[in-house]
Design a protein around this ligand. Structure first.
Ligand SMILES: Cc1cc2nc3c(=O)[nH]c(=O)nc-3n(C[C@H](O)[C@H](O)[C@H](O)COP(=O)(O)O)c2cc1C
Length: 265
């Protein structure tokens, strides 16, 4: 009698477990899936606007976007790239990959050695240049302005979202330069004259900053040629008008605007 009561109790509890087990497990899986979906919808980017930093080397921010590692090999020789280098102002309305953009940013200011040396030389190893990316059509990037974070001693090679608004039309209309019409990406090279003066005991040395921007510009020409991209280095613009559109630190002067993309022809 006692045994059959116990059997009955066990049978009931098994039935209860069977009845609730599947709905409970289903609910658990659904909750996990909802959490994953919410996390992915939020994406890796931080909502702009964010203030740009005058010392982009040191910043490490969880909202930054890691760039693909730069390629260190190519099938084109330096000589063929020098021979083929040309200014190209007309671009296809084609999206660039993040890999192509990453390679261009690295060519402009990437850190290449453990003491902080970069792809461009710098007077007294000052590194007064900053690079900003205006992404119009780049895979994986919302249109807007980003700051390139090269790193200090260790390469960081990231993008920091600054202002996630589409600037393409405004840039084209403000600057009235055909190269901005379709360019999927534009680099803005700025220089911190105060930082260079500090390296010279407080005596201004702006010349060195402009020369360094020239080195970065040539790197970009050669890298673009090797990637079969087109590029134009532009210094003829009204800085005040550009400052109305882009966000750069008060310490910096805009030296170059550099649209690039897949060249037409
Ligand atoms: C310092 C500098 C500033 C330049 N500024 C402009 C510019 O404002 N607009 C433009 O369309 N091209 C600009 N260029 C590109 C030159 O017009 C181009 O280099 C020149 O026509 C020679 O052509 P190539 O680069 O194909 O040899 C600039 C080039 C340099 C080096």
């Amino acid at each position: 009698m006692k045994k059959s009561a116990q059997d009955l109790k066990e049978k009931i509890s098994k039935a209860v477990v069977k009845r609730w087990m599947i709905p409970a497990l289903t609910a658990f899986v659904v909750i996990i899936l909802i959490i994953i979906a919410v996390f992915y919808r939020r994406g890796p980017q931080v909502i702009a606007p964010v203030e740009p930093s005058a010392s982009p080397s040191a910043i490490l921010n969880p909202g930054n976007i890691s760039l693909p590692s730069p390629e260190l090999r190519s099938s084109s020789s330096i000589e063929s790239v020098l021979k083929g280098r040309r200014t190209r102002r007309d671009f296809m309305d084609t999206e660039l990959t993040l890999k192509q953009v990453s390679q261009m940013l690295w060519a402009a200011q990437g850190v290449t050695v453990d003491w902080g040396g970069r792809t461009t030389p710098s007077a007294k190893s000052t590194y007064p240049l900053s690079v900003f990316l205006i992404a119009n059509k780049v895979s994986g990037l919302e249109p807007g302005e980003y700051q390139y974070i090269p790193g200090d001693r260790t390469p960081i090679h990231q993008l920091r979202p600054l202002k996630l608004v589409d600037l393409k039309k405004a840039l084209f209309e403000t600057l009235n330069e055909s190269s901005f019409r379709n360019a999927p990406a534009v680099l803005v090279i700025t220089g911190n004259m105060g930082k260079m003066a500090e390296s010279y005991g407080g005596i201004p040395h702006d010349k060195e900053v402009y020369l360094e921007a020239g080195h970065a510009g040539q790197n970009l020409y050669l890298q673009a040629e090797s990637l079969k991209l087109g590029v134009v280095t532009i210094s003829g613009f009204d800085e005040e008008k550009v400052l109305d559109l882009v966000t750069i630190p008060d310490t910096d002067t805009i030296i170059y605007l550099i649209p690039f993309g897949i060249p037409k022809q």
